[in-house]
Write a protein that binds this ligand. Structure first.
Ligand SMILES: [Fe+2]
Ligand SMILES: [Fe+2]
Length: 268
């Protein structure tokens, strides 16, 4: 695990950066997640580090790198999202506000156990999303803008790289007993619903803006493409996410996708 600082150039990128524009808009909606969740992850993991005290020095070192990676991800996605705001989708910011406020509320009102379990839920989604992006989306990525593909591949490969940190933090603080397991699974389902509701809302907005300029036939085709890619991503994700529900789930045992190591080597 290490910190990388890629210098992406989003100056010429367009919101429809992939041949299937609904695919691009889905990932554009996903791009709002790191802008708000990653500063929250860093704050939660700093609290974890304080709570661990002098113990677990290897885990504390990993939390340091984890936090620095998340800061870089957030920075790059915020730059990417500004391109979306400038390109006719400024209205998405109003949808991001309640989502951002939820994290402030979690930090202020919820227990450390809740916050660590929620973070682990998100991290489990992230490592599965990495495998899906590297292994299942070739048909959508062919002919796509390299800067956007590289942003996602770099981010998701690092998500995969640091996939164990929150899991280990949760285990160090709350153990591996039956209650810890059940609570982890509950928080994972909570995170999937919370994040999924937000991204669906943003994707609907982005597609609605695009569809305003479409004929009724084009609209129907667009809806059909969105349905097809949703089915593809859901199916690819479901089989991976089901493993998170197992009491034997161990992200450390997951096998990196072909291409992840080579991609990361390109960025330092
Ligand atoms: Fe990240
Ligand atoms: Fe992460």
């Amino acid at each position: 695990m290490k910190v990388r600082q890629p210098a992406f150039d989003f100056s010429t990128i367009r919101p429809h950066w992939a041949p299937v524009r609904e695919f691009a808009q889905s990932y554009n909606a996903f791009s709002t997640v790191p802008a708000h969740i990653e500063p929250y992850l860093v704050k939660v993991m700093m609290r974890v580090k304080d709570t661990l005290g002098e113990k677990h020095s290897a885990l504390r070192d990993n939390i340091e790198i984890f936090n620095k990676q998340e800061v870089q991800h957030c920075k790059q996605h915020v730059a990417f999202n500004k391109m979306l705001y400038r390109s006719g989708y400024a209205g998405m910011q109003a949808l991001e506000k309640p989502y951002r406020d939820d994290y402030a509320s979690f930090l202020a009102n919820r227990s450390l156990r809740f916050n660590v379990a929620y973070c682990e839920g998100f991290e489990a989604m992230g490592s599965a999303a990495g495998q899906v992006f590297f292994e299942e989306l070739e048909e959508y990525l062919e002919g796509a803008d390299q800067a956007a593909v590289d942003l996602w591949k770099w981010h998701l490969a690092e998500e995969f790289e640091h996939r164990e940190v929150c899991f280990q933090a949760y285990k160090a603080l709350y153990g591996g007993g039956p209650f810890a397991y059940l609570y982890r699974v509950w928080a994972f389902i909570f995170a999937v619903k919370h994040i999924g509701t937000h991204t669906a809302r943003v994707a609907a907005y982005l597609n609605d803006v695009d569809r305003e300029a479409m004929t009724p036939e084009q609209r129907e085709e667009s809806i059909a493409r969105q349905k097809a890619l949703k089915g593809k991503i859901s199916q690819a994700s479901r089989k991976r996410l089901l493993k998170v529900l197992s009491p034997f789930y161990d992200p450390g045992k997951m096998v990196p996708s072909p291409g992840m190591a080579a991609l990361l080597a390109r960025f330092g």
